[in-house]
Design a protein around this ligand. Structure first.
Ligand SMILES: Cc1cc2nc3c(=O)[nH]c(=O)nc-3n(C[C@H](O)[C@H](O)[C@H](O)COP(=O)(O)OP(=O)(O)OC[C@H]3O[C@@H](n4cnc5c(N)ncnc54)[C@H](O)[C@@H]3O)c2cc1C
Length: 557
């Protein structure tokens, strides 16, 4: 098939390091209530740095989705992946579904090693992966479930399996009832019948019938490339294309309603059901848990506080954004080269001079900034640097998002905190004495979003918007603040009302609302940019950022 050639096989010359880490930071560990896009009930098992390698060594096929829970595209793809895993549950003798969340700090290294540059990223691993320690999987470059199914069917058909599991090899002119049952001679073999499917050249009906009949362990399907082979089984070759033989060598043609694998499988299935053989049951449907119970008492109190007007910005959110940037996003690359090195340096410089963290946080950033001014080649070096410099410092105290709290799992949080940090940077950079040339902060944001932001879709849109909205033409710091405000509003407009990513308690609006800034619009509801600028400068100013949600009001000294 032509599309199979499009599969990009990633073979990497890098040594995989899979020893589970000893985690020092609480944020790195898996928590019992960690929000996840999938569960075992979806036929999707979540893996992490400790469990991926053993799974890849299993002698079966594996489809692994690398994702970032905070990325809207991954959230939108989740129902598709769940649907696929449910539909293809019938193939579970041959294929298992998995997912790895690269947004979890403990998996950052894993995702770096697997060169996960885009999410969601589907990687296929065949049953022989344990021999190929450096194999990073075959990328399935689509999110279309039909296309994915077709690619998977093709890939599954390329491997050899134990005889009772599946056999995609075509029959030869020498095969007879005796030779085909020879594979199923073990006493515990469940196979009682063999279905013979005539498969014309360049067709896949035999392969697809085999896959459709996997839930019936009593039947093995064999592909017949030439109708004359039916004669070896005592059948007269005619226009018939589906036959079944029992262990006694008795053969008969079956008559499917049409020449589709579905009808072939139904016909064989009906034959077996009449003999009281039942297929394995489909994946049970589990009633979804009630998301209303997602918010605990503490978070309910936070929500009530945050919804009280006027709108405020919270240090806890700025801290969470920086925490994730330092511990997760910035060391995703194997090597710093070709642009991401400069982007890294710029982010560290912005953090250095526009740092909303506490004293220890400023110390940490300044040490790391000094080191990044020297040459830093690898993501792993950056990770080690952060870990060693952070020892004995008490930097990150925020335990939860505050202004960026979501009322359902996976909503808001990191992406919200990132916007908050970006707006805060543009406002702080406009203050005197100016540490940055006008436009530098936008450039830094652009570099981060381009190279490090784990939301591929967001990154693509942002880069396109930067070109279209002439980001590089920004001449003053005030223009810089307003450029980001308008760009953010464009994103708000594009994704407003999205049932998957929008939090109903925080609908996407053209910001700021009339309630929060009555003067920001004129009587014709047009923006008064001077007022918007004044409002943004007030809202995002470090002096007005709330301590609410941090352990004590002295959380930052
Ligand atoms: C750079 C970037 C690009 C993104 N692109 C996409 C995308 O293409 N597709 C997608 O699905 N998701 C995208 N996202 C995520 C998305 O924008 C939201 O962050 C996410 O849906 C969470 O929304 P939220 O309700 O928390 O508000 P957010 O949009 O995250 O905003 C956070 C807070 O900022 C304030 N705010 C809102 N608008 C403005 C404004 N114009 N100016 C100043 N402050 C404002 C509000 O207080 C709001 O609560 C992107 C995120 C980032 C950081």
């Amino acid at each position: 098939m032509t599309w199979i050639r499009q599969l990009q096989t990633l073979l990497c010359s890098l040594l995989l390091l899979f020893a589970p880490e000893v985690f020092g930071r609480t944020n790195a560990r898996r928590t019992a209530n960690e929000a996840s896009l999938y569960s075992d009930a979806d036929n999707v098992i979540m893996l992490d740095i400790g469990s991926l390698r053993p799974v890849l060594n299993l002698h079966t096929n594996k489809l692994v989705q690398f994702l970032n829970t905070f990325c809207g595209d991954c959230q939108r793809f989740a129902p598709v992946y769940k649907g696929l895993a449910r539909d293809l549950y019938k193939w579970r003798r041959l294929l298992r579904f998995y997912a790895v969340d690269c947004a979890q700090e403990r998996n950052a290294e894993l995702c770096r090693v697997f060169s996960v540059r885009q999410t969601p990223s589907l990687r296929f691993f065949g049953p022989d992966t344990e021999k190929m320690q450096k194999f990073l999987g075959s990328v399935i470059p689509t999110q279309d479930p039909k296309f994915i199914t077709a690619v998977l069917a093709d890939l599954l058909g390329q491997y050899e399996y134990a005889a009772d599991v599946a056999n995609f090899r075509h029959l030869t002119p020498n095969d007879t009832a005796e030779t085909v049952f020879r594979d199923h001679q073990k006493l515990d073999s469940p196979v009682k019948y063999i279905a013979l499917v005539l498969q014309p050249k360049k067709a896949y009906i035999g392969r697809d019938t085999l896959l459709d009949l996997l839930p019936f362990k009593e039947v093995a399907v064999r592909i017949v490339p030439d109708a004359q082979i039916f004669a070896n089984f005592g059948l007269v070759p005619t226009s018939e294309s589906l036959a079944i033989i029992d262990r006694g060598g008795n053969a008969q043609y079956l008559e499917p309603a049409s020449n589709t694998s579905q009808d072939y499988a139904n016909t064989v299935g009906d034959f077996l059901k009449k003999l009281n053989f039942k297929p394995d049951p489909p994946l049970p449907i589990v009633v979804a848990t009630n998301d209303n119970e997602f918010l605990d008492q503490r978070n309910k109190a936070v929500l009530a506080e945050v919804l009280k007007p006027p709108l405020k910005i919270y240090r806890a959110d700025l801290e969470q954004a920086i925490d994730k940037i330092l511990h997760n996003e910035l060391h995703k690359y194997f090597f710093f080269q070709g642009g991401n090195d400069l982007a890294l340096h710029n982010v560290m410089k912005a953090l250095m001079y526009l740092n909303p963290l506490n004293k220890d946080g400023r110390e940490l950033v300044s040490r790391v900034y000094r080191s990044t001014q020297r040459r830093l080649d690898k993501g792993s070096e950056f990770k080690q640097l952060i870990e060693s410099e952070e020892k004995n410092l008490k930097v990150f105290k925020a335990k939860r998002y505050i202004g960026c709290i979501g009322t359902r799992p996976l909503l808001r949080s990191f992406t919200c905190s990132l916007w908050t940090l970006f707006h805060h940077w543009t406002v702080e950079a406009a203050k005197k004495p100016q540490q940055f040339q006008p436009g530098n902060i936008l450039n830094t944001i652009h570099g981060f979003v381009r190279y490090f932001f784990g939301c591929s879709d967001c990154s693509k849109h942002f880069q396109e918007m930067a070109n279209r909205r002439n980001m590089s033409q920004v001449k003053t710091s005030d223009e810089e603040i307003l450029w980001l405000w308008e760009a953010h509003n464009e994103v708000n407009q594009r994704i407003a009302g999205d049932p998957i990513t929008e939090d109903p308690q925080f609908p996407k609006i053209q910001f700021p609302s009339k309630e929060n800034c009555p003067h920001c619009r004129n009587n014709n509801s047009e923006w008064r940019k001077d007022e918007v600028l004044k409002y943004l400068k007030h809202l995002y100013d470090i002096k007005n950022v709330s301590f609410y949600g941090l352990p004590t009001s002295q959380g930052y000294d």
